[in-house]
Ligand binder design. Sequence first.
Ligand SMILES: Nc1ncnc2c1ncn2[C@@H]1O[C@H](COP(=O)(O)OP(=O)(O)OP(=O)(O)O)[C@@H](O)[C@H]1O
Length: 266
Amino acid sequence: MIGYVDTAPAATDVPSLDVRGVQYSYPDGHVALRGVDLTVPRGERIALLGPNGAGKTTLVLHLNGILAGGEGTVTVGGLTVNRDRATLAEIRRRVGIVFQDPDDQLFLPTVAEDVAFGPANLGLRGAELAARVTEALDAVGMAEHRDRAPQHLSFGQRRRVAVATVLAMHPEILVLDEPSSNLDPAARRELAAILRGLPVTLLMVTHDLPYALELCDRALILDAGRIVADGPTADLLADTTLLAQHRLELPFGFQVQGRAPSYRIP
Ligand SMILES: Nc1ncnc2c1ncn2[C@@H]1O[C@H](COP(=O)(O)OP(=O)(O)OP(=O)(O)O)[C@@H](O)[C@H]1O
């Protein structure tokens, strides 16, 4: 697949993500995270599952410092999130978030300009910048569309470009919010093949349990601000009692062979 060299200084034995004791209440007093601990080794693909309101988005927004101020620490590739501007800028390069709606991320006249935007802000210019754009678009199979207007692309194509805008930053960890939503079956399968081939750590927030199973060896269930299960995705999804307790449902007739219960209940 793609052969880019990660510019992040982190050593391979440093986890991509280490979350320790994160608790967070919104300003209105609503408690969204009640002590989350999580370590994600480099290169792992992990699914973050949980019912509506569980705290998944709140947790994701802590990973790049959009939300902070509660208790606990978040460390990305060995660098701890804090309020220092330079640190925050580097954290935001390391944690690439692909939002559910690609139109939140695409706003320039052409695909190539959208993909160049982030690395240009990092100071890249000329051949180096061009190489970043080409590499990221190649990674998502969108090189031939580089000069097109994003608004003229299909939804699935726009989602791939949104992934490329983040890959162009050479992130330590790629976070995807509902990557399979609104994709037709072929686009869903194609995106899975792309994601499987990317040399990054991947955290995928999804309600699409078969997609989680297809892409992620490990899954977490977050509910009411706590991680309630952490283990092999197949094992979690094979436990129908666990799924029901946390309002998770497999599609009708979908069977999972797992070794329930082999997962960890923290
Ligand atoms: N800005 C806010 N102010 C107050 N409470 C909030 C705010 N944003 C979210 N919450 C609350 O925090 C809790 C966690 O919300 P969050 O959006 O993280 O859940 P989620 O797991 O991402 O849900 P979904 O699957 O519906 O996207 C919910 O109870 C929600 O009502």
